[in-house]
Design a protein around this ligand. Structure first.
Ligand code: COA
Length: 331
């Protein structure tokens, strides 16, 4: 039987500080009602001072290694999906590798925003299936809270995001389980519909006082356009990945969608006609942790005992780029 990339273990980490909608309403013009009605979010986790994204990635990776019964030294490759790294360069993966106590294990960052984890799975899977690497750590980690603007100007994005990390370890299996299919896409045409303009090397000195005054360092999005595209692309790519394996929606035991907005996921599930009891969401208490949403959710439902070995799990994402993708696996 063909070699497939199978999940050997999972882990996740959310910083302990809970920030409720009411907490945000104290510092800017928003309300619990507005946020919950539009997004389903009630609370999110924010890091404390001094904590960086690679700390979150480290905690999630340690938990994934423990659940796989592996040591960091067993890893052949580290892939981190993030667009909120500790520094411009080197990548977050170098800091994670160092925190894991490794000195030569290859480590790379992958930047595909909220679809980053699906892209990372597609990449890691290719390494495992080809036999190039046997044990690949795939991590999604984001620290948004320090990059948002908690003012009336920044409120449309500030209320949506949270901090956190999730990870899993892939290894080879010839038992018919593992990742069955994965598809990823991008449409750069819409890059500016959900983006952060600056700082960037498009600008001399990365940014300047005028750009900062204009708020170009605050994430900006055309919310309705993003919403419309997400509810079209996620069902489309999920059905494609399932169809290519001759599987249908009824075969799926667990649907995991990117946690950007509960209303998006409700609409996607409705469009598909997916059994609501098989659709998992945690955005109510995590907010949108971008590349970390899927591995956090996956780890949580595994630890809650909801997922049995052999069950069919799908992970589907959409995000800035635009990027989108879906992965079908037999856990
Ligand atoms: N609190 C209160 N009011 C807010 C607000 C906040 N945090 N943020 C924006 N508003 C105001 C706006 O200023 C605007 O006011 P106006 O009508 O006076 O100009 C109004 O609320 C916009 O409301 P509405 O048109 O109902 O927003 P919406 O239904 O488009 O919902 C989003 C906004 C962002 C929740 C929604 O578009 C969305 O979730 N889009 C997808 C975003 C996403 O998924 N991003 C990440 C993808 S990876």
């Amino acid at each position: 039987m063909a070699v497939r990339a199978k999940v050997l273990g999972t882990g996740s980490y959310l910083p302990p500080k809970v920030v409720t909608n009411d907490d945000l309403a104290q510092i800017m013009d928003t309300s619990d009602e507005w946020i919950q009605q539009r997004s389903g979010i009630k609370a999110r986790r924010f890091v404390d001072e001094g904590v960086v994204t690679s700390d979150l990635a480290f905690e999630a990776s340690k938990a994934a290694l423990a659940s796989a019964g592996l040591e960091a030294s067993d890893l052949d490759m580290i892939i981190v999906a993030t667009f909120t790294p500790d520094h411009f360069f080197p990548g977050l993966s170098s800091f994670l590798q160092r925190k894991l106590g490794l000195d030569a294990t290859p480590a790379m960052d992958l930047r595909c925003q909220c679809t980053g984890f699906v892209y990372a799975l597609q990449t890691a899977r290719a390494f495992v299936e080809s036999g190039i690497y046997q044990r690949v750590l795939v991590c999604g980690a984001e620290l948004h809270s320090r990059g948002l603007e908690f003012t009336d100007r920044g409120r449309d994005t500030a209320v949506l995001f949270g901090d956190g990390a999730g990870a899993l370890i892939l290894g080879p299996s010839e038992a018919g389980d593992g990742i069955l299919n994965c598809r990823v896409y991008a449409q750069g045409e819409h890059a500016e519909r959900l983006w952060m303009d600056a700082p960037g090397l498009a600008y001399q000195g990365l940014t300047n006082a005028q750009m900062i005054a204009e708020g170009r360092q605050v994430p900006s999005m055309d919310g309705r356009f993003v919403f419309k595209n997400a509810v079209a692309r996620m069902p489309e790519v999920l059905l494609e990945t399932l169809g290519e394996c001759s599987l249908g929606l009824d075969d799926v035991d667990h649907f995991l969608f990117h946690q950007a907005n509960l209303r998006i996921n409700e609409m996607v599930a409705r469009k598909l006609g997916a059994d609501p009891s098989k659709v998992h969401n945690n955005i109510q208490v995590t907010g949108n942790t971008s590349a970390a949403t899927l591995p956090i959710l996956f780890d949580q439902i595994i630890r809650e005992g909801l997922v049995a070995r052999g069950q069919l799990v799908t992970m589907t994402g959409f995000g800035s780029g635009f990027t989108w993708g879906s992965c079908v696996m037999r856990y």
